[in-house]
Design a protein around this ligand. Structure first.
Ligand SMILES: O=P(O)(O)OC[C@H]1O[C@H](O[C@H]2O[C@H](CO)[C@@H](O)[C@H](O)[C@H]2O)[C@H](O)[C@@H](O)[C@@H]1O
Length: 375
């Protein structure tokens, strides 16, 4: 299973291994080592740690090695087995609606890679008008929330729908709908929850340090997400990845209360508090009055490692449907009916269409059942 907490491999482990001669349990050098040796140690540590990070950075690139090979080879055995284990939510739509019988569906949507295409420039990840219409229709029928790593204001600028709940900064900045809808209780408008507010000055400092430190790396982009910071390496030459990783780590050395995780070709600097998209999901369900209810069916659609935290919560509650948007086989905690995968490897654009189709089918089904004569 993918574990959010171990997104980035601990470089220390690899470093320690690299410092050991083969088949020996003890280091060869005296401790503490002489200065010159210490310097060489450090270079080696940086090199090994860097290469560890580079492996992890590579793994976050969908166009990289294995994925590219799989694409070239077409549907391989591994992919076929994965599709059997994780059938398409569209193919299983009847089961989705059967599971919702007598329950209130609540829809949770990740933004990047789920509602918008993955593009090089994070500021240009626009969602299409058709997707916006689909989300608007969904929100007319079901309470709906966007749960994103981005800062709340920015994701709102992209989505532009005032009737939704928004949980930005990986769930650390939650706000109820600005515009009332049929599902909005009066108190929803007052919902504002920021469990990491004390970290704001620290995040601001780190953002500035990261901007300064990484400005010499062409293509690196530092994004201020209010309660967290993203350092993008999608447009950085692979040769500079380990340098960039070491720069980020060196800035974070002075901030033990911040942690580093990794998303899709991006480092995420976040407060160490126990709060993530899963906690945000629980908080939102509670705000909607579904704290310990059995008559609710949360449906969460997401594509990233951070969405696994929400999938885990659904799994733990034994309630809800997690839909992983992914064109490559990967481990997931998405419960019940993962993922929106087709039987063939397709482009991301096709996955966005599938997300849209799924949302529209939910709306259509709700309309039909509402007006269906009860005989
Ligand atoms: O939780 P999400 O809504 O999926 O946000 C996660 C990160 O998404 C954005 O970065 C990703 O999308 C970019 C635009 O397509 C892409 O260039 C980048 O490589 C992806 O990692 C966003 O910019 C980050 O701040 C979010 O943390």
């Amino acid at each position: 299973m993918t574990k959010q907490s171990v997104v980035v491999p601990a470089p220390e482990a690899a470093t320690a291994a690299a410092m050991m001669p083969p088949n020996t349990a003890a280091p060869l050098l005296p401790y503490p080592p002489p200065r010159a040796v210490r310097k060489r140690y450090q270079q080696k540590i940086d090199h090994v740690a860097g290469s560890c990070w580079v492996d992890s950075m590579r793994a976050s690139s969908p166009t990289h090695a294995k994925a590219a090979a799989a694409l070239a080879a077409g549907v391989d055995d591994e992919h076929a087995a994965w599709v059997v284990k994780h059938p398409s939510a569209l193919d299983k739509f009847d089961q989705v609606v059967a599971a919702s019988k007598g329950k209130q569906i609540v829809v949770f949507l990740d933004y990047d890679g789920t509602l918008s295409p993955i593009v090089d420039d994070p500021d240009a990840a626009y969602m299409s008008d058709t997707m916006r219409r689909a989300v608007r229709s969904v929100a007319k029928h079901f309470p709906t929330a966007i749960v994103s790593g981005r800062c709340r204001d920015k994701v709102f600028q992209f989505v532009k729908l005032a009737e939704l709940y928004y949980a930005g900064s990986h769930g650390m900045d939650i706000k109820g709908p600005a515009k009332a809808s049929r599902h909005t209780k009066a108190k929803a408008k007052r919902v504002l929850f920021q469990p990491a507010s004390e970290f704001l000055p620290m995040i601001q400092q780190v953002h500035e340090s990261l901007l300064e430190k990484t400005k010499c790396i062409p293509g690196a982009k530092v994004e201020n997400n209010k309660f967290c910071v993203s350092v993008h390496f999608r447009c950085v030459d692979e040769k500079s990845w380990s340098t960039l990783a070491n720069m980020v780590k060196s800035v974070l050395k002075d901030y033990p209360k911040l942690k580093l995780t990794q998303g899709r070709m991006v480092f995420e600097v976040r407060p160490t508090i126990k709060w993530d998209k899963g906690k945000a999901l629980e908080f939102l369900l509670e705000s909607l009055g579904f704290a310990d209810c059995s008559d609710v069916l949360p449906v969460y659609i997401g594509d990233d490692r951070t969405d696994e935290d929400a999938f885990k919560v659904l799994r733990k509650r034994g309630q809800g449907i997690g839909i992983l948007v992914s064109k490559y086989p990967k481990d997931t905690n998405a419960p019940l009916l993962p993922p929106l995968a087709a039987a063939t490897l397709t482009s991301l654009a096709r996955f966005l269409l599938q997300v849209m189709e799924f949302l529209l089918r939910l709306v259509e089904w709700e309309r039909l059942t509402k007006f269906r004569p009860k005989w």
